[in-house]
Design a protein. Sequence first.
Length: 318
Amino acid sequence: MEKLKKVNGVFSFSSLRTLALSCGIDEVGVAQAAPVTEGQQEYLEWLAKGYHGEMDYLARNLNLRFDPQQLVPGAKSIISCLLSYHQKGEGVWSHPPRVSRYAVLRDYHLILKERLYQLLSLLKEEVGEGTESVEGRAFVDSAPFLDRYWALQSGLGWIGRQGLLVSPRLGTFTFIGALVVNLPIEPPPVVEIKNRCGTCQRCVEACPTGALLGNGRMDARCCISYLTIEKKTELTPEETASLHGWAYGCDLCQEACPWNVRAPETHLQSEVLVDRPLLNAFAAGECALPRESPMRRARKERLRRLLAQSEEVLPLSK
């Protein structure tokens, strides 16, 4: 394995990339840890309009969300990592009751954090003990940390009209995680990738509820994924009718994205926990969901009810 190199007091990105790929990470980028300088006002306006729905945690700890150095004192670099979960062909996402591709896998918080901490361990081994000993913290969608912003700053892609990171190689079906470390690491050769969505509106047109606002933002209150996963209060009849056969999550805007057509398939097949027979048994009350399934995040009785539907339900009104 390539030794972590240091040139002019800064550790080599190419050496870091080799270490990251050896941990099963699909793509990696680096940005300097610093206060967030772009998008703060837009984020606050998004919150003020109530687009976050019942996800109150998005409005908390804004000082930490906008400054990773407050989350990790002494932080110098943010290592953003992507892990593809792109699954092609037929699956439980193909016909009602539908389930998102990511949800058939073991919880992505566990899958990606294991790889991030493996990378952190390798960095510690490479650097060794002493005045430059490595300290850091892993983030996978579970703290006040702007993962897409830092992936963007790290040169991993651009933010599409659906608000997701679009990787030119991996598409949109990716988990994003980050290591915030006290090591100075050189940035990758390309720090910013130009937005390549052009005039394409396919993701916006594919959303049956109008949740996508077309400018990289969304009204989560209308999003099928939000309604089936994040909303804790009871769904209204109109919300239930708008789900278009989805019981957990929704992949429609991603399925419409041209950047996913040539994206490689995930290597996480061994992490699959859920299939149609298991979902049928769960819906019938004959078994529980696997302990490490992300689907345990949803309200159990609501999920059972949605999985019991046999036909796609069309919205009551447009």
